[in-house]
Design a protein around this ligand. Structure first.
Ligand code: CO
Ligand code: CO
Length: 307
């Protein structure tokens, strides 16, 4: 076992031979959008993301399904599964099978197995002092999807959230070519929560600049209206002792940085001399963001200064 419960990370890693290890993860959730096909895409992209966050290449997937059989039309389930299958295909992985149960509330996700060289793992603890922090998707998903659930968003705003969440974090080649060893994906704990985990595991402190953090434009509108999901408040309370906000950082920004994200981008730590090549590679691949948002340094492990 190379990565397991003793050093919790995005996925577990198990060595099969001198030059081959498997990366394993499982993730599933209840629908976060009304569109069944989009839900399938998002759930699959999110499950695959934890393999990408280790620097692995997804190979096989198993569907996990809870569905109210006899209550919702079969077509809804077919659309969810088609969304998942299309994402697996896009990732170059195959679906081997799966398991379903009758469930009053629909649920979908995948168990994903990937492969990686045992000495080329990108872990949360891989961060080093002076690394620059790079993020590949904008944040603001939680407040936007909450607004959608309350019927406040336009079709365009909802589609933008779906486009971001369904986007694969398929950066295995970039991570391996540039030998990036510090990565995680931004999900339920928000940008600051996942940044904190990296810092804590690496025994380092971070500094993050709000001016450089990419945020979905419509998210600000709903932030001003205060349509935050409950998870944002939980994340902020959890991080209170760990985050020091510069007095100039306005309240709405503090909330936004703690907003839970579904299927967010990769957060990577890279040596400054590698950063330009990483940004070029991300731009060449058209990632939704390619932003340098801060850096790591020595200091109280897990602490974050936000300026
Ligand atoms: Co993760
Ligand atoms: Co996960």
């Amino acid at each position: 076992m190379l990565v397991g419960l003793s050093s919790p990370d995005d996925a577990g890693v198990y060595r099969l031979s001198k030059d081959l290890a498997i990366v394993q993860t499982v993730d599933f959730f209840t629908p976060i959008v009304d569109d069944a096909y989009a839900f399938g895409q998002i759930a699959a992209a999110n499950a695959l993301s934890d393999v990408y966050a280790m620097g692995g290449k997804p190979v096989t997937c198993l569907n996990i399904v809870g569905f109210p059989i006899n209550k919702l039309p079969d077509q809804v389930l077919a659309d969810i599964l088609r969304g998942g299958a299309d994402k697996a295909h896009e990732a170059g992985a195959v679906i081997l099978g799966g398991h379903s149960i009758d469930d009053p509330e629909p649920k979908f996700g995948m168990a994903v197995t990937g492969i990686i060289h045992p000495e080329r793992i990108a872990a949360k603890a891989g961060l080093r002092p002076g690394h620059q922090l790079v993020i590949t998707k904008p944040i603001g998903i939680g407040v936007l999807t909450t607004a959608t659930k309350r019927g406040l968003t336009t079709r365009e705003e909802e589609d933008e959230a779906i486009r971001v969440m369904a986007r694969l974090n398929d950066l295995t080649e970039v991570i391996q070519e540039l030998d990036i060893r510090a990565a995680t994906d931004v999900t339920g704990f928000g940008l600051l929560g996942h940044a904190h985990e990296m810092a804590r595991e690496a025994g380092l402190a971070l500094r993050i600049r709000t001016a450089d953090v990419p945020v979905l434009a419509p998210a600000w509108k709903f932030a001003r209206q205060g349509t935050w999901p409950g998870g944002m408040h939980k994340n902020r309370a959890w991080l209170t002792d760990m985050v020091e906000f510069d007095p100039s950082v306005e309240e709405m920004w503090r909330d936004m940085l703690c907003d839970p994200v579904t299927s967010g981008g990769l957060l990577m730590g890279v040596a400054p001399e590698v950063t330009p090549r990483l940004i070029d590679a991300l731009k060449a691949r058209g990632t939704l963001s390619a932003a340098v948002i801060g850096e790591s340094r020595t200091g109280r492990p897990g602490s974050i200064q936000v300026i």
